[in-house]
Design a protein around this ligand. Structure first.
Ligand SMILES: [Zn+2]
Length: 416
Protein backbone atom coordinates (compact mmCIF):
# COMPACT_ATOMS: atom_id res chain seq x y z
CA UNK A 1 0.00 0.00 0.00
CA UNK A 2 1.02 3.59 -0.50
CA UNK A 3 1.99 5.80 2.43
CA UNK A 4 0.18 8.72 0.79
CA UNK A 5 -3.09 6.79 0.59
CA UNK A 6 -3.14 5.00 3.97
CA UNK A 7 -3.45 8.30 5.91
CA UNK A 8 -0.58 8.32 8.38
CA UNK A 9 -0.41 11.77 10.00
CA UNK A 10 2.93 11.46 11.85
CA UNK A 11 3.97 14.28 14.18
CA UNK A 12 7.47 15.79 14.27
CA UNK A 13 7.30 16.68 17.97
CA UNK A 14 6.05 14.94 21.09
CA UNK A 15 2.46 16.09 21.71
CA UNK A 16 1.97 18.13 24.91
CA UNK A 17 -0.87 15.90 26.04
CA UNK A 18 1.28 12.74 25.99
CA UNK A 19 1.82 11.17 29.39
CA UNK A 20 4.15 8.24 28.78
CA UNK A 21 6.25 6.57 26.09
CA UNK A 22 3.51 4.46 24.50
CA UNK A 23 1.09 7.39 24.50
CA UNK A 24 3.69 9.65 22.85
CA UNK A 25 4.70 7.12 20.21
CA UNK A 26 1.16 6.05 19.29
CA UNK A 27 0.15 9.69 18.83
CA UNK A 28 3.34 10.64 16.97
CA UNK A 29 3.17 7.63 14.70
CA UNK A 30 -0.38 8.47 13.61
CA UNK A 31 -1.91 5.37 15.21
CA UNK A 32 -4.27 7.29 17.51
CA UNK A 33 -6.01 10.62 17.74
CA UNK A 34 -7.11 12.05 21.10
CA UNK A 35 -10.69 13.30 20.78
CA UNK A 36 -11.02 14.23 24.45
CA UNK A 37 -9.34 13.11 27.68
CA UNK A 38 -9.72 9.31 27.89
CA UNK A 39 -11.43 9.13 24.49
CA UNK A 40 -9.44 8.12 21.42
CA UNK A 41 -10.07 7.52 17.74
CA UNK A 42 -8.00 4.82 16.05
CA UNK A 43 -6.44 6.05 12.81
CA UNK A 44 -5.82 3.57 9.95
CA UNK A 45 -2.48 2.26 11.27
CA UNK A 46 -3.99 1.86 14.75
CA UNK A 47 -6.89 -0.09 13.24
CA UNK A 48 -4.45 -2.37 11.42
CA UNK A 49 -2.70 -3.21 14.70
CA UNK A 50 -6.02 -3.62 16.54
CA UNK A 51 -7.21 -6.01 13.81
CA UNK A 52 -3.98 -8.02 14.07
CA UNK A 53 -4.35 -8.30 17.85
CA UNK A 54 -8.03 -9.25 17.46
CA UNK A 55 -7.11 -11.94 14.96
CA UNK A 56 -4.48 -13.41 17.30
CA UNK A 57 -7.18 -13.53 19.98
CA UNK A 58 -9.74 -15.08 17.62
CA UNK A 59 -7.29 -17.78 16.49
CA UNK A 60 -6.60 -18.91 20.05
CA UNK A 61 -10.18 -18.58 21.31
CA UNK A 62 -11.54 -20.52 18.33
CA UNK A 63 -8.90 -23.22 18.87
CA UNK A 64 -10.51 -23.82 22.30
CA UNK A 65 -13.94 -24.15 20.70
CA UNK A 66 -15.10 -20.75 21.90
CA UNK A 67 -17.65 -19.08 19.64
CA UNK A 68 -17.81 -15.37 18.83
CA UNK A 69 -20.92 -13.26 19.38
CA UNK A 70 -21.49 -9.53 19.68
CA UNK A 71 -23.56 -8.12 22.52
CA UNK A 72 -25.07 -4.65 22.89
CA UNK A 73 -23.52 -1.34 23.90
CA UNK A 74 -26.79 -0.16 25.49
CA UNK A 75 -27.93 -2.32 28.39
CA UNK A 76 -31.19 -2.07 30.39
CA UNK A 77 -30.49 -1.28 34.07
CA UNK A 78 -33.01 -3.95 35.20
CA UNK A 79 -30.38 -6.65 34.54
CA UNK A 80 -27.98 -4.90 36.87
CA UNK A 81 -30.60 -4.60 39.60
CA UNK A 82 -30.96 -8.39 39.66
CA UNK A 83 -27.30 -8.97 40.57
CA UNK A 84 -26.99 -5.92 42.82
CA UNK A 85 -23.96 -4.75 40.87
CA UNK A 86 -25.69 -1.49 40.00
CA UNK A 87 -24.28 -0.29 43.34
CA UNK A 88 -20.79 -1.79 42.87
CA UNK A 89 -20.47 -0.27 39.42
CA UNK A 90 -22.29 2.99 40.23
CA UNK A 91 -19.27 5.25 39.89
CA UNK A 92 -18.03 4.01 36.55
CA UNK A 93 -21.40 3.33 34.91
CA UNK A 94 -22.53 5.92 32.35
CA UNK A 95 -26.32 5.99 32.50
CA UNK A 96 -28.77 7.31 29.95
CA UNK A 97 -32.56 7.54 29.64
CA UNK A 98 -34.11 7.26 26.20
CA UNK A 99 -37.30 8.89 24.87
CA UNK A 100 -39.35 5.90 25.96
CA UNK A 101 -38.13 6.47 29.53
CA UNK A 102 -36.05 3.34 29.54
CA UNK A 103 -33.16 3.43 32.00
CA UNK A 104 -30.05 2.22 30.21
CA UNK A 105 -26.31 2.25 30.63
CA UNK A 106 -23.35 2.06 28.29
CA UNK A 107 -22.05 -1.42 29.10
CA UNK A 108 -19.02 -1.30 31.44
CA UNK A 109 -18.87 -5.15 31.29
CA UNK A 110 -21.23 -7.90 30.09
CA UNK A 111 -21.72 -10.63 32.73
CA UNK A 112 -25.36 -9.60 33.27
CA UNK A 113 -26.21 -9.52 29.56
CA UNK A 114 -24.57 -12.85 28.73
CA UNK A 115 -26.38 -14.45 31.68
CA UNK A 116 -29.72 -13.16 30.29
CA UNK A 117 -28.81 -14.78 26.96
CA UNK A 118 -27.88 -18.06 28.67
CA UNK A 119 -31.14 -17.98 30.63
CA UNK A 120 -33.14 -17.50 27.45
CA UNK A 121 -31.59 -20.28 25.39
CA UNK A 122 -29.86 -22.85 27.60
CA UNK A 123 -32.47 -25.26 28.94
CA UNK A 124 -30.77 -28.64 29.06
CA UNK A 125 -27.45 -30.23 30.04
CA UNK A 126 -27.26 -31.35 26.40
CA UNK A 127 -26.43 -27.75 25.40
CA UNK A 128 -23.43 -27.59 27.76
CA UNK A 129 -20.58 -26.85 27.91
CA UNK A 130 -20.37 -23.72 25.80
CA UNK A 131 -17.92 -20.80 25.66
CA UNK A 132 -18.92 -17.49 24.07
CA UNK A 133 -16.78 -14.42 23.49
CA UNK A 134 -16.92 -10.98 21.94
CA UNK A 135 -14.54 -8.18 20.98
CA UNK A 136 -16.35 -4.96 21.72
CA UNK A 137 -16.21 -1.36 22.92
CA UNK A 138 -17.02 -0.70 26.57
CA UNK A 139 -17.39 2.48 28.60
CA UNK A 140 -16.27 3.32 32.11
CA UNK A 141 -16.56 6.78 33.57
CA UNK A 142 -12.99 6.99 34.82
CA UNK A 143 -12.27 9.96 37.09
CA UNK A 144 -8.64 9.95 36.05
CA UNK A 145 -8.13 8.58 32.57
CA UNK A 146 -4.38 8.15 32.12
CA UNK A 147 -1.58 7.03 29.84
CA UNK A 148 -3.60 6.96 26.64
CA UNK A 149 -5.12 3.52 26.07
CA UNK A 150 -3.85 2.16 29.39
CA UNK A 151 -6.71 3.77 31.31
CA UNK A 152 -9.27 5.26 28.95
CA UNK A 153 -13.04 5.77 29.34
CA UNK A 154 -13.90 4.13 26.03
CA UNK A 155 -11.94 0.95 25.38
CA UNK A 156 -12.07 -2.32 23.46
CA UNK A 157 -12.21 -5.59 25.36
CA UNK A 158 -12.34 -9.24 24.53
CA UNK A 159 -14.61 -10.87 27.07
CA UNK A 160 -15.43 -14.56 27.12
CA UNK A 161 -17.90 -16.51 29.25
CA UNK A 162 -18.01 -20.25 29.89
CA UNK A 163 -21.13 -22.20 30.87
CA UNK A 164 -20.88 -25.64 32.48
CA UNK A 165 -22.95 -28.29 34.27
CA UNK A 166 -20.51 -28.80 37.10
CA UNK A 167 -17.35 -27.59 38.79
CA UNK A 168 -15.17 -30.08 36.85
CA UNK A 169 -16.44 -28.63 33.58
CA UNK A 170 -15.66 -25.10 34.76
CA UNK A 171 -12.15 -26.16 35.85
CA UNK A 172 -11.53 -27.70 32.42
CA UNK A 173 -12.71 -24.60 30.55
CA UNK A 174 -10.72 -22.39 32.90
CA UNK A 175 -7.56 -24.38 32.10
CA UNK A 176 -8.25 -24.04 28.37
CA UNK A 177 -8.62 -20.28 28.69
CA UNK A 178 -5.47 -20.04 30.83
CA UNK A 179 -3.63 -21.82 28.02
CA UNK A 180 -5.21 -19.66 25.27
CA UNK A 181 -4.25 -16.51 27.18
CA UNK A 182 -0.59 -17.56 27.49
CA UNK A 183 -0.54 -18.13 23.72
CA UNK A 184 -2.26 -14.84 22.94
CA UNK A 185 0.14 -12.73 25.01
CA UNK A 186 3.18 -14.60 23.65
CA UNK A 187 1.99 -14.05 20.08
CA UNK A 188 1.58 -10.34 20.81
CA UNK A 189 5.29 -10.27 21.68
CA UNK A 190 4.77 -9.50 25.37
CA UNK A 191 6.98 -10.32 28.31
CA UNK A 192 4.24 -11.13 30.85
CA UNK A 193 3.57 -12.95 34.08
CA UNK A 194 0.54 -14.86 35.33
CA UNK A 195 -0.42 -14.55 39.00
CA UNK A 196 -3.27 -15.72 41.19
CA UNK A 197 -5.53 -12.79 41.90
CA UNK A 198 -8.39 -11.41 43.94
CA UNK A 199 -11.85 -11.83 42.36
CA UNK A 200 -13.04 -8.42 43.63
CA UNK A 201 -16.25 -7.04 42.19
CA UNK A 202 -16.67 -9.96 39.74
CA UNK A 203 -17.16 -12.47 42.55
CA UNK A 204 -16.21 -16.15 42.49
CA UNK A 205 -13.29 -18.05 43.93
CA UNK A 206 -10.37 -18.82 41.61
CA UNK A 207 -8.91 -15.96 39.56
CA UNK A 208 -5.72 -15.22 37.63
CA UNK A 209 -4.28 -11.97 36.35
CA UNK A 210 -1.94 -11.48 33.40
CA UNK A 211 0.49 -8.65 34.00
CA UNK A 212 3.05 -6.89 31.86
CA UNK A 213 6.05 -5.32 33.61
CA UNK A 214 6.15 -1.63 32.62
CA UNK A 215 7.23 1.60 34.28
CA UNK A 216 3.77 3.14 34.09
CA UNK A 217 1.94 0.08 35.47
CA UNK A 218 -0.68 0.74 38.14
CA UNK A 219 -0.36 -2.68 39.81
CA UNK A 220 2.63 -3.31 42.05
CA UNK A 221 4.21 -6.71 42.66
CA UNK A 222 7.32 -7.64 44.65
CA UNK A 223 9.91 -9.95 43.13
CA UNK A 224 12.19 -12.32 45.02
CA UNK A 225 15.35 -13.00 43.02
CA UNK A 226 16.22 -16.24 44.86
CA UNK A 227 12.71 -17.78 44.66
CA UNK A 228 12.12 -16.26 41.17
CA UNK A 229 8.57 -15.43 42.18
CA UNK A 230 6.31 -12.39 42.40
CA UNK A 231 4.32 -11.58 45.53
CA UNK A 232 1.62 -9.03 46.32
CA UNK A 233 2.93 -8.18 49.80
CA UNK A 234 5.87 -5.83 50.39
CA UNK A 235 8.43 -7.07 52.92
CA UNK A 236 10.60 -9.80 53.11
CA UNK A 237 9.80 -12.68 50.75
CA UNK A 238 7.14 -14.88 52.39
CA UNK A 239 9.02 -18.02 51.27
CA UNK A 240 12.69 -17.35 51.99
CA UNK A 241 12.57 -14.10 54.00
CA UNK A 242 14.96 -12.55 51.48
CA UNK A 243 14.76 -9.01 50.10
CA UNK A 244 12.27 -8.25 47.30
CA UNK A 245 12.21 -5.58 44.60
CA UNK A 246 9.17 -3.53 43.60
CA UNK A 247 7.86 -3.97 40.04
CA UNK A 248 5.12 -1.96 38.33
CA UNK A 249 2.75 -3.89 36.08
CA UNK A 250 0.01 -3.22 33.53
CA UNK A 251 -2.89 -5.66 33.84
CA UNK A 252 -3.74 -6.96 30.35
CA UNK A 253 -5.97 -9.91 31.20
CA UNK A 254 -8.00 -11.28 34.09
CA UNK A 255 -9.90 -14.56 34.32
CA UNK A 256 -12.39 -15.67 36.97
CA UNK A 257 -14.22 -18.82 38.05
CA UNK A 258 -17.53 -17.12 38.79
CA UNK A 259 -19.51 -20.19 39.84
CA UNK A 260 -23.26 -19.53 40.19
CA UNK A 261 -23.25 -15.89 41.36
CA UNK A 262 -24.88 -14.59 38.17
CA UNK A 263 -26.93 -17.63 37.16
CA UNK A 264 -28.62 -17.79 40.58
CA UNK A 265 -29.26 -14.04 40.75
CA UNK A 266 -30.69 -13.91 37.23
CA UNK A 267 -32.33 -17.35 37.13
CA UNK A 268 -30.20 -19.06 34.46
CA UNK A 269 -31.02 -22.70 35.24
CA UNK A 270 -30.79 -25.87 33.15
CA UNK A 271 -32.28 -29.32 33.50
CA UNK A 272 -29.56 -31.85 34.32
CA UNK A 273 -29.69 -35.54 33.33
CA UNK A 274 -30.81 -36.47 36.85
CA UNK A 275 -33.98 -34.42 36.28
CA UNK A 276 -32.89 -31.65 38.69
CA UNK A 277 -32.88 -27.95 37.71
CA UNK A 278 -29.49 -26.43 38.48
CA UNK A 279 -27.89 -23.02 38.04
CA UNK A 280 -25.39 -22.89 35.16
CA UNK A 281 -21.78 -22.69 36.40
CA UNK A 282 -19.93 -19.77 34.84
CA UNK A 283 -16.45 -18.43 34.24
CA UNK A 284 -15.46 -15.10 32.70
CA UNK A 285 -12.27 -14.20 30.86
CA UNK A 286 -11.22 -10.67 29.87
CA UNK A 287 -8.45 -9.11 27.79
CA UNK A 288 -7.95 -5.37 27.38
CA UNK A 289 -7.56 -5.32 23.60
CA UNK A 290 -6.95 -1.58 23.15
CA UNK A 291 -4.79 -1.54 26.29
CA UNK A 292 -2.60 -4.21 24.66
CA UNK A 293 -1.50 -1.67 22.04
CA UNK A 294 -0.05 0.51 24.80
CA UNK A 295 1.37 -2.42 26.77
CA UNK A 296 3.14 -3.79 23.69
CA UNK A 297 4.64 -0.37 22.88
CA UNK A 298 5.76 0.16 26.50
CA UNK A 299 7.88 -2.98 26.06
CA UNK A 300 8.89 -2.56 22.41
CA UNK A 301 10.47 0.76 21.51
CA UNK A 302 13.87 2.44 21.17
CA UNK A 303 15.04 6.03 20.80
CA UNK A 304 13.78 6.15 17.20
CA UNK A 305 10.25 4.88 17.75
CA UNK A 306 8.09 1.79 18.06
CA UNK A 307 9.45 -1.69 17.26
CA UNK A 308 6.36 -3.82 16.58
CA UNK A 309 6.50 -7.57 17.19
CA UNK A 310 5.93 -9.34 13.84
CA UNK A 311 2.49 -10.78 14.40
CA UNK A 312 0.83 -7.48 15.20
CA UNK A 313 2.89 -5.09 13.07
CA UNK A 314 0.72 -2.87 10.82
CA UNK A 315 2.90 -3.87 7.83
CA UNK A 316 5.83 -6.29 7.59
CA UNK A 317 8.11 -4.32 5.27
CA UNK A 318 8.48 -0.58 4.81
CA UNK A 319 9.95 0.34 1.40
CA UNK A 320 11.82 3.63 1.25
CA UNK A 321 12.80 4.97 -2.17
CA UNK A 322 15.36 7.74 -1.88
CA UNK A 323 14.44 9.95 -4.85
CA UNK A 324 10.96 8.74 -5.77
CA UNK A 325 11.23 10.63 -9.10
CA UNK A 326 13.94 8.23 -10.28
CA UNK A 327 12.11 5.85 -12.62
CA UNK A 328 14.61 3.02 -12.31
CA UNK A 329 14.38 3.05 -8.50
CA UNK A 330 10.60 3.22 -8.48
CA UNK A 331 10.31 0.38 -11.02
CA UNK A 332 12.68 -1.83 -8.98
CA UNK A 333 10.80 -1.05 -5.75
CA UNK A 334 7.44 -1.73 -7.40
CA UNK A 335 8.68 -5.11 -8.68
CA UNK A 336 9.96 -6.12 -5.23
CA UNK A 337 6.64 -5.12 -3.67
CA UNK A 338 4.70 -7.13 -6.26
CA UNK A 339 6.74 -10.23 -5.46
CA UNK A 340 6.54 -9.74 -1.68
CA UNK A 341 2.80 -9.17 -1.78
CA UNK A 342 2.26 -12.28 -3.88
CA UNK A 343 4.14 -14.17 -1.13
CA UNK A 344 1.60 -12.80 1.38
CA UNK A 345 3.93 -10.19 2.90
CA UNK A 346 2.31 -6.81 3.60
CA UNK A 347 4.32 -3.84 2.36
CA UNK A 348 4.07 -0.08 2.83
CA UNK A 349 5.73 2.01 0.10
CA UNK A 350 6.68 5.53 1.14
CA UNK A 351 5.71 7.23 -2.13
CA UNK A 352 5.86 10.77 -0.73
CA UNK A 353 8.05 13.36 -2.40
CA UNK A 354 9.86 14.10 0.87
CA UNK A 355 13.55 14.37 1.82
CA UNK A 356 15.17 11.01 2.65
CA UNK A 357 15.69 12.10 6.28
CA UNK A 358 11.96 12.59 6.81
CA UNK A 359 11.16 9.21 5.26
CA UNK A 360 13.70 7.37 7.41
CA UNK A 361 12.51 9.14 10.58
CA UNK A 362 8.95 8.08 9.84
CA UNK A 363 9.97 4.52 8.92
CA UNK A 364 11.71 4.15 12.29
CA UNK A 365 8.87 5.84 14.18
CA UNK A 366 6.23 3.49 12.70
CA UNK A 367 8.17 0.42 13.85
CA UNK A 368 7.56 -1.84 10.83
CA UNK A 369 9.90 -4.88 11.32
CA UNK A 370 11.90 -4.51 8.05
CA UNK A 371 12.92 -1.49 6.02
CA UNK A 372 13.94 -2.01 2.35
CA UNK A 373 15.93 0.87 0.92
CA UNK A 374 16.26 1.77 -2.75
CA UNK A 375 18.81 4.54 -3.26
CA UNK A 376 22.31 5.25 -4.50
CA UNK A 377 23.54 1.82 -3.50
CA UNK A 378 20.88 0.17 -5.64
CA UNK A 379 21.76 2.29 -8.66
CA UNK A 380 25.45 1.38 -8.32
CA UNK A 381 25.25 -2.30 -7.32
CA UNK A 382 21.62 -3.40 -7.95
CA UNK A 383 21.50 -4.46 -4.31
CA UNK A 384 18.63 -3.59 -1.99
CA UNK A 385 19.59 -2.56 1.51
CA UNK A 386 17.48 -4.31 4.18
CA UNK A 387 17.45 -2.99 7.72
CA UNK A 388 16.05 -5.12 10.53
CA UNK A 389 14.25 -2.60 12.73
CA UNK A 390 14.77 -4.45 16.03
CA UNK A 391 18.49 -5.13 15.75
CA UNK A 392 19.49 -2.36 13.29
CA UNK A 393 21.25 -5.12 11.30
CA UNK A 394 21.83 -3.95 7.70
CA UNK A 395 22.38 -6.26 4.78
CA UNK A 396 22.62 -5.57 1.02
CA UNK A 397 20.99 -8.20 -1.17
CA UNK A 398 19.96 -8.79 -4.77
CA UNK A 399 16.20 -8.95 -5.28
CA UNK A 400 15.91 -12.79 -5.24
CA UNK A 401 18.07 -13.04 -2.13
CA UNK A 402 16.15 -10.20 -0.57
CA UNK A 403 12.85 -12.05 -0.96
CA UNK A 404 14.41 -15.25 0.42
CA UNK A 405 15.87 -13.35 3.38
CA UNK A 406 12.55 -11.75 4.29
CA UNK A 407 10.56 -14.97 3.81
CA UNK A 408 12.99 -16.96 5.96
CA UNK A 409 13.11 -14.34 8.70
CA UNK A 410 9.33 -14.01 8.81
CA UNK A 411 8.80 -17.81 8.74
CA UNK A 412 11.32 -18.27 11.55
CA UNK A 413 9.47 -15.68 13.60
CA UNK A 414 6.09 -17.35 12.96
CA UNK A 415 7.51 -20.64 14.25
CA UNK A 416 8.68 -19.11 17.54
ZN1 LIG B 1 12.21 -15.74 48.21
Amino acid sequence: MLFSKVFIPTLREDPHSAECKSHTLLLRGGFLSMISSGIYAYLPLGVRVLNKISNVIRTHMNSKEASELLMTVLQPLEMWEKTGRIKDMEEVMLRVRDRKDRDLCLGPTHEEEITEIAKKYIASYKQLPVVLYQIQTKFRDETRPRYGLVRSCEFIMKDAYSFDRDQEGLAANYEKMLDAYQNIFSDCGLDFITVEADSGVMGGSVSHEFLVPAEIGEDILYYCQSCQKYFREDAPCPQCQGATTQNRMIEVGHIFQLGTKYSEAQGAYFLDNDGVRKPVIMGCYGIGVSRLLSAVVEQNFDEKGIVWPHRIAPFMVSVVVVGIENEELLAAATELIRRLESAGIEVLLDDRDHPAGVKFKDAYLLGIPYIAIFGKKYLETKKIEIEVRKTSQKIALGSDECIEFLKNHIDAYQKL
